[in-house]
Design a binder for this molecule. Structure first.
Ligand SMILES: [Zn+2]
Ligand SMILES: [Zn+2]
Length: 125
């Protein structure tokens, strides 16, 4: 195995790792995940290993600065990660929030009563 092959393998590992991370995180936030998953492909065409690492760091930084802020919660239906501002799971398209049938406010999935009006009349799914 010569050094050129090793460099290509390292580039593929960096690009693949970044693609995997961006896919999972952007998909959970419902944020242009298709575009972000394919941006790391550019890394394979960088001339030197040092520029591969540098470009990967810039892509990651740009992503972290522009992605929608907030925590990820676990979807009660499919168990995948979902950004907590979303009402529907981007993976299985099912609702991850309940709606209060009295005041029509959005209520967390785990809640048994509406925190706003105290009604227990919430949508079930
Ligand atoms: Zn789901
Ligand atoms: Zn309510």
């Amino acid at each position: 195995m010569n050094s050129t092959i090793i460099v290509i393998i390292i580039k593929l590992v960096i690009a693949g790792g970044l693609m995997f991370f961006l896919y999972k995180d952007a998909r959970a936030r419902d944020y242009s995940w298709f575009m972000w998953t394919f941006i790391p492909v550019l890394l394979i065409f960088t001339p030197e290993l040092i520029s591969t690492v540098f470009t990967a760091a810039i892509i990651l930084l740009m992503y972290l600065m522009t992605r929608p802020k907030g925590e990820l919660i676990t979807c009660p239906h499919c168990g995948k990660k979902v950004h907590d501002v979303l009402a529907f799971c981007p993976h299985c398209r099912q609702s991850v929030k309940r709606e209060c049938l009295r005041c029509h406010d959005t209520v967390e999935w785990e809640a048994e009563r509406c925190p706003h009006c105290g009604s227990m009349n919430l949508t079930k799914f």
